[in-house]
Design a protein around this ligand. Sequence first.
Ligand SMILES: [Zn+2]
Ligand SMILES: [Zn+2]
Length: 164
Amino acid sequence: MGRRAGAMMTEQRQIKAPEGWGSAVLDFKSGSSIDVDAQFESVIEGVWVSGTANIELEGACARCLDPIEDQMTIELQEMFQYEDLDEKESDDDDLPLVVNDEVDLEPTLRDAVVLGMPVAPVCDTRCLGLCSVCGIRLSEDPDHTHEQVDPRWEILNQLKKEED
Ligand SMILES: [Zn+2]
Ligand SMILES: [Zn+2]
């Protein structure tokens, strides 16, 4: 693209979803790919990258443990700085660098994906989870209750049964 400020290019890539980026409850769908659609814009100090990544996820509902599959579009934005900028030209030393006219988008993608993935995915925002007593899905029977029998009455019930 060269260093002419204002130059722009776009690039679409499909990459294999890497392993180990997700969590115990949510990760890339196995064998899926990430569709990256990025725009590169040359600015004075480097290259401004923006775009999106479409990802496919699979995991388990954090409330009821049902398997879930989801698709997400993650926003990408990163400023890459020319590596040979004078110190006075550069106001941020922590920016990733443009090296040999290339940028490494993997760390950007990884940060965006890790931050974008929900920590506690749910099958449905109305999912009520599981009953703590019997384990059925509360969404299927929200009103069901268990008689909480006081253990002291339990003895009386036993005696009553024996009488009957
Ligand atoms: Zn659920
Ligand atoms: Zn129950």
